[in-house]
Design a protein around this ligand. Structure first.
Ligand SMILES: Nc1ncnc2c1ncn2[C@@H]1O[C@H](COP(=O)(O)OP(=O)(O)OP(=O)(O)O)[C@@H](O)[C@H]1O
Ligand SMILES: [Mg+2]
Length: 314
């Protein structure tokens, strides 16, 4: 395995302006010091509740949000600055699937133009070549050819999300930041879109940063997972680490919130939930400091890190 991208102590703070002079009076610490590595061909899961900073992290990586401090190393090069990104073809290599397909696809443009946009930006194709490529892309995501000349509003949510997937793959990227790509879809359609994403990953060997609030969805997609809370990581590890050996109370709470389908396990699940809630109420100070901030991460195995007070010693 080899590293594709390394995120170093990334911070994105949004200024809050107020008062008559509209001065900056405080900041929203949307992302407040996160470190992680995405390997080539792998899927990295980023999970946390609403407002924890997932989209901001994703947007900062693709260059849509200004980085307050920290850095991004891509293929061994520092691409924190926009000027280096342009030289590195970073903007071609790193694409995003947006959380909300309705507002991320331009309603005034036809599907052919939406999907071809990255091609027009980065590849010089003839009209014919371009059309051929867009048709291929539609085929990959299971959309009929007659979608070409339609507008986004003429599709269902699931179809629009697949158009978003097709656009993201168009430029043959190395990394796709997929921000809640299936959250707005019903279960059967979710599975379809996830399958397309997996197929594309296998075909092109690309990496995903897969953002979700749902540990249930992420389980089948991800190799490694970071659990995010209030702009910080509370725990990172392999899929195995997170699902079979969760350490942070926040991770445990997220896990116990996954609905249990199996009737046999319902009582046991209820009991686990009760224990987790009790631990949360009694031992909060081991997991969050006085201001509610998440502690720094400590390694508890070569793959597994947890945010614990004094590294878990006290
Ligand atoms: N442009 C902005 N200006 C000011 N604050 C912002 C801006 N964008 C996001 N925030 C704030 O930053 C924090 C993180 O937002 P973000 O969108 O990254 O969360 P998220 O984890 O993606 O949530 P969700 O699951 O709801 O999509 C939130 O408190 C949000 O209100
Ligand atoms: Mg979001």
């Amino acid at each position: 395995m080899s590293e594709l991208i390394t995120i170093k102590d990334l911070k994105v703070h949004y200024p809050i302006r107020s008062g008559f002079l509209n001065r900056v009076t405080d900041y929203v610490y949307a992302v407040d010091g996160v470190d992680f590595v995405i390997e080539k061909g792998q899927t990295y899961g980023l999970v946390g509740e609403s407002g924890s900073g997932k989209s901001t992290t994703g947007k900062a990586i693709v260059g849509l949000e200004k980085i307050t401090s920290g850095g991004i190393i891509y293929e061994g090069q520092d691409v924190t600055k926009a000027s280096t990104r342009r030289k590195m073809q970073y903007n071609k290599d790193v694409q995003m699937i947006f959380q909300d397909s309705m507002s991320s696809l331009n309603p005034k443009r036809r599907v052919v133009d939406i999907i071809a946009e990255p091609l027009r930006n980065f590849d010089r194709l003839s009209d014919q070549e371009e059309k051929k490529r867009v048709k291929e892309l539609l085929d990959i995501v299971g959309m009929p050819e007659d979608a070409l000349y339609k507008y986004p509003h003429e599709f269902s949510g699931g179809q629009r999300q697949r158009i978003g997937v097709a656009r993201a793959v168009a430029s043959n990227p190395k990394l796709i930041v997929a921000d809640e790509p299936v959250s707005a879809l019903d279960l059967s359609v979710q599975a379809q879109v996830l399958n397309f994403m997996k197929r594309i990953q296998e075909e092109y060997g690309l990496s995903f940063l897969f953002i979700s609030h749902d540990l249930g969805v992420v389980k089948h997609m991800c190799d490694n997972i970071a659990i995010m809370y209030k702009g910080r990581f509370v725990e990172i590890g392999t899929k195995q680490d997170i699902y079979t050996n969760p350490q942070h109370i926040y991770t445990k709470r997220l896990l116990s919130a996954i609905p249990q389908i199996d009737v046999k396990n319902r009582d046991a699940h209820k009991e686990t939930r009760r224990l987790v809630e009790a631990e949360y109420i009694n031992n909060q100070k081991n997991y969050y400091d006085e201001t509610g901030r998440v502690y720094d991460l400590t390694s508890i195995s070569p793959t597994h890190q947890v945010a614990l007070k004094d590294g878990g010693k006290s």
